[in-house]
Design a protein around this ligand. Sequence first.
Ligand SMILES: *Cc1c(COP(=O)(O)O)cnc(C)c1O
Length: 443
Amino acid sequence: MSETRRTAAAGFATRQVHAGTDWAEASPRALPIFLTAGFRFDDVDAAADHFRTGAGFGYTRTGNPTIDALERRLADLEGGAEAVFVASGQAAVSVALLALVGAGDHIVCANQVYEGTRGLLLDNLARLGIETTFVADVADPDAWRAARRPTTRAFFAESISNARNDVLDIAAISAVADEHGIPLVVDNTFATPYLLRPIEHGAAVVVHSASKFLAGQGAALGGVVVDDGRFDAGRSGSLFPHLVAASRSGGPSVAERHGGRARIGYLRETVAPRLGPSASPLNAFLVAQGVETLSLRVREQSRSALTIARWLAERPEVARVDYAGLPTHPHHPIARRYLPRGYGSVFQATLAGGEPAARRLIETLEVFTHMTHLGDVRSLVLHPASTSHAHLDETGREAVGVAPGTVRFSIGIEDADDLVADLERGLRAASLARPEVAVEVLG
Ligand SMILES: *Cc1c(COP(=O)(O)O)cnc(C)c1O
């Protein structure tokens, strides 16, 4: 019904919701924010068609033009076939894995992963009957091969790990996964597609916390799953029966309808909208705005991070710096192969003065913001042992490289000189926090 028909001679309450809703067609330069729960159908056939095939837009939980535009941009930048954008990085990891595994299945995961991912695997997926084996030496293909079981349905790792900066040899590990017809899922949050595109090296699926570098401004949460579109039903169909079985009503299978895009098609139709971690179109807009400056930010942040990591490594107050860009890092040779544009900007340093020194450093810093986030335009600092890694025991923390004196840095876009000056002040304060030095000073 046209607006004129709906509002002509209508009452106030009718006009307050229907007047002015036939807006003019226009071609906005910026991505329009379709902040709407649903979309009008042109006619009954269009509605039926939408429900049958998913064509067009009906309801924002299953599709929205703002979100669709961002998904196409991120799929393009990652060199993938198709992407699904969801409410957070945690949601992206959840739906990516739940599109692959079910009760009785098994996942092999790098030991160095975001703690939210470890919790998802150990607390949530374990309760659904999905077991995980963690691999300590992520660089060793044989360790992954040995951890695989006949029920393994996915390998999972971060391209640059949180926060010890392990760098994944994607080609080597995806080759092991591929021997068995299963996908390597890579969390590419720390590297971003500007520095590294895992699909080009053999990964099948890429996930991101878009809340971090992709958004960049730290104003919105989001997550994305990107698929390479190369699911091979002939080779892997028996491992993923939900992709090749006839539909519940006896219709064609997901693989018959989506071909190589079966994994992401299933994720879009059956996993994300059912579990329901739908993103807001407003957040999709904010992430899309961020992505437009991704290369500039990440290039600058990586350059500053290298400067700062080198500077920290020279300081007597610092016992260890875990940054893949430093030749002292065990994965530096892998990093040089995979990260020619820069080594990223999130890393950790461990202070010789232990926890008291870390505490003083963090509380003295003024340019760095003390918070749990990363990939922001502002530089951030956090004490993992008492926050993100507090629930692990000391052995568990040691295994992932977190000591009482470890501090995690995320380098922003401020002038590197200002960051170094801030750290210089912080480290001077931290050295006074060392009991033996404090006695000396007092004596
Ligand atoms: C932050 C983060 C996540 C979780 O993302 P959210 O957007 O916070 O839900 C997953 N993986 C990595 C590597 C992260 O840094």
